[in-house]
Design a protein around this ligand. Structure first.
Ligand SMILES: Cc1ncc(COP(=O)(O)O)c(C=O)c1O
Length: 374
């Protein structure tokens, strides 16, 4: 049996009764869009994040795009982020009318290197998007210090780190606005698309509610150009129920990460690094090796499908070449893209399957030359 980097089917079997009850509840409620389940989930999820308001939207991408829009991003405004992220972080900046600017990443955590922010700031910089990648928060004290010194807004991209924390502060609570994704693979995943923006700023929350529904405020009258971006009742009700189990999901991810750490120690792979004070939720368990492509091939031959997040840095993709970044401009990002791979990780991953992954790695990796420079 093939072991995939992520699979929802065991979770569905384990939680089937509850999920089908959620579907039944919504189907019988008489309301499919912006009803009680969305309202309740917005309250419960924003409270979980330590913020006052939650605005359910269609995806994490929309959460970022609408967030940038209410921050007032105008054409020509620059938004600083990293190129080692999912495409939507950058796509959202462009969709909102902004110009993405990149800083490099830390070589051990693969997160935004906050020490590079100062030199990336120009008179056009309006926002910083730190991406809490793989389940771990960016050094937010450092990001917020630079941002407040320059009067620049911060929008956390929390798509991969629901439930993570930084010095005890939940991800999503450390900036004016934060964007979450409920894409199925995420720590809190729906069975389709979904997203949420959280904030404690009442005026921004009000405007976001308007923007997600054609700029309207409960009537067929538009106050401003808006979108159709609503989280639907079915997903909200399923997500509400899954939110009650999130501590168990995260505990299990951490336990699986510890098992990987133990079994893979010393074989020549660079294992994930979690600086103190960061509550890592292991959305992904990312390891590194100079012979990454060979490892991925050998794992596949042994029935293990590893992931690569991400194989191409965004600044070098054809879709974003116009931003003007040449090869070599973000050396840590580019090197990581050649060397990282993600091992199977999801709460219902069987330990026997995880043991098979480790066995395969122990058979393959020690024979390979590892020329990691970090
Ligand atoms: C870091 C990051 N940002 C943004 C997104 C966008 O989320 P969605 O797929 O829900 O649009 C994702 C997920 O794909 C992501 O991983």
């Amino acid at each position: 049996m093939t072991i995939h980097v992520w699979d929802y089917r065991q979770e569905y079997e384990a939680e089937r009764a509850d999920i089908l009850e959620a579907v039944e509840q919504v189907m019988r409620s008489g309301r499919l869009i912006l009803g009680d389940s969305v309202r309740a989930f917005e309250e419960e999820f924003s409270a979980y994040c330590g913020t006052r308001h939650g605005i359910g939207v269609n995806s994490g991408t929309d959460a970022l795009t609408l967030g940038l829009r209410v921050l007032g991003i105008q054409p020509g405004d620059e938004v600083i982020t990293t190129a080692n992220t999912a495409i939507p972080t950058v796509a959202a900046i462009v969709s909102a009318g902004g110009t993405p600017r990149f800083v490099d990443i830390e070589p051990d955590t693969y997160l935004m290197d906050a020490s590079q922010l100062e030199s990336a700031i120009t008179t056009r910089t309006r926002c910083i998007i730190p991406v809490h990648l793989f389940g771990q928060c960016v050094d937010m004290d450092a990001v917020n210090a630079v941002a407040s010194q320059h009067g620049i807004a911060v929008l956390e991209d929390c798509a991969q780190c629901t439930g993570a924390d930084y010095n005890g502060k939940p991800s999503g609570s450390m900036s004016r606005l934060a964007a979450f994704s409920f894409y199925p693979t995420k720590v809190l995943g729906a069975y389709g698309d979904g997203g949420m923006i959280v904030t404690s700023d009442e005026a921004l929350a009000k405007r976001l509610r308007r923007l997600r529904m054609y700029g309207t405020e409960g009537s067929y009258y538009s106050e401003e150009h808006g979108y159709n971006s609503r989280l639907d009742e079915l997903h909200a009700e399923i997500l509400r129920r899954k939110l009650r189990r999130i501590d168990a999901y995260i505990a299990r991810r951490r336990e699986l990460a510890r098992r990987y750490d133990d079994q893979l120690e010393g074989i020549g792979l660079k294992l994930p690094v979690a600086p103190s004070g960061r509550g890592h939720v292991y959305h992904l368990y990312v390891v590194r090796h100079a012979a990454r492509d060979e490892i991925v091939k050998e794992l596949a031959a042994r029935g293990v499908v590893a992931g690569i997040h991400y194989p191409w840095p965004i600044h070098l993709m054809r879709g974003y070449r116009h931003l003007g970044y040449a090869e070599g401009s973000l050396p840590q990002t580019e090197q990581a893209a050649r060397e990282i791979l993600s091992l199977p990780m999801y709460p219902l991953l069987a330990e026997s399957d995880q043991d098979r992954v480790c066995e395969a790695l122990r058979a393959v990796v020690p024979g390979l030359k590892n020329q990691l420079s970090i």
